[in-house]
Design a protein around this ligand. Structure first.
Ligand SMILES: Cc1ncc(COP(=O)(O)O)c(C=O)c1O
Length: 340
């Protein structure tokens, strides 16, 4: 193993006059003394100063620093998780940690913590962030962002052996979905799914998702619903559900979609509500003719799509309005949160 401090912070800098070896020394604050620094530091005072975790230390988010040779920065060579925390209690943490472990295995990064270690880290950060806000964790909703990159090394596509992964976590306020979106649903547009074929890995290489999301952002829509070879995959950062004659349909859990933590939850909620639930390939024609369309994600929970590509979703008097299955699943979701 390369010792983390060396891997991260002893980066040789070439100055115009000479080669200077700069030892950074700390994870937070200026990475090296002003007198040695040839790079001006940007003004980061607009960033939150909430507590974050970086490689074993907790410090202010705006002061956290990593090397420019971190493979997460250079290649997007890392994975992440977003865990909602309601009233201080992480929701479905076990499932999030299991998915994190699957993502790490897929890209061959050793998991830096066991489940108990992750739980302790998250708990510590959630409490620290609540205290930072002068609140009790039980009184606020937050979400935890975890990211693990392969670590720092000279740039080379091949995976270097024995790197210490860079481990980062931050906590942010979890803003509720706006009331207007709950009442009226949201507008989405569709596009071809041009992302790579390993969408099941929750990878930080997100350019495909960024470009996809921008298609809807450009027209003021909430999400981009994607189709691969004429079949529904998912949205840029949500899963998509199709309601046909009282049945809830979702795309199969394969390498073309991220298995959202709400995949398992939707199956459970449907079972509790007595709603038929099926995962299978869903054609564009079925999506366009659906009775209801739903999005799900950690931050959106479950949300009705009421307009797709400018056309109202659904039929008759319910066209363009959130439907009864949405209402049922939304209620069931709130109960699941309270019971967690
Ligand atoms: C591509 C993609 N699909 C689905 C989801 C939903 O996953 P989850 O329910 O775990 O938030 C996300 C969440 O970020 C996502 O990025």
């Amino acid at each position: 193993m390369i010792p983390q401090s060396k891997a991260l912070y002893e980066i040789p800098l070439i100055t115009p006059k000479s080669m200077t070896r700069v030892v950074a020394g700390c994870l937070f604050g200026r990475p090296h003394g002003d007198n040695l620094c040839m790079f001006s530091q940007p003004d980061l005072s607009f960033l939150p100063d909430s507590p974050c975790y970086l490689n074993g230390e907790i410090g202010p988010l705006r002061e956290a620093r990593i090397s420019v040779l971190d493979r997460g920065f250079i290649f997007g060579d890392g994975v992440y998780e977003v865990v909602p925390v309601y009233g201080g209690r992480p929701f479905r943490l076990e499932q999030h940690l299991a998915r994190l472990s699957r993502s790490l295995d897929e890209i061959r990064i050793p998991n830096p913590h066991d489940a108990a270690g992750w739980r302790a880290l998250i708990e510590q950060l959630v409490q620290a962030n609540a205290a930072h806000q002068g609140r009790e964790a039980r009184d606020i909703h937050q979400f935890v962002y975890l990211q693990i990159s392969r670590g720092v090394a000279p740039r080379d596509h091949a995976m270097p052996a024995g790197l210490a992964p860079t481990v980062f976590a931050m906590v942010q306020p979890l803003k509720p979905v706006p009331a207007a979106q709950r009442v009226s649903g949201v507008t989405c547009v569709s596009a071809d799914d041009f992302r790579w074929e390993k969408a099941h890995i929750k990878s930080t290489s997100l350019l495909g998702a960024v470009l996809s999301r921008q298609i809807s952002a450009d027209v003021g829509a909430t999400e981009t619903v994607m189709f691969r070879q004429g079949f529904l995959s998912e949205a840029s950062s949500s899963n998509v559900w199709v309601v046909v004659q009282g049945k809830v349909l979702g795309p199969p859990k394969d390498h073309l979609v991220l298995e959202g933590i709400r995949y398992g939850l939707m199956a459970e909620l449907c079972q509790r509500q007595g709603l038929p639930f099926e995962l299978r390939r869903i054609s564009r024609a079925e999506v366009m003719a659906a009775d209801e369309l739903l999005l799900s994600s950690a931050t959106k929970e479950v949300l009705a799509i009421t307009t797709l590509d400018g056309r109202p979703v659904g039929h008759g008097p319910l066209a363009g309005k959130p439907g009864p299955i949405y209402a049922q699943l939304y209620e069931a979701y709130q109960l699941a949160k309270q019971a967690s």
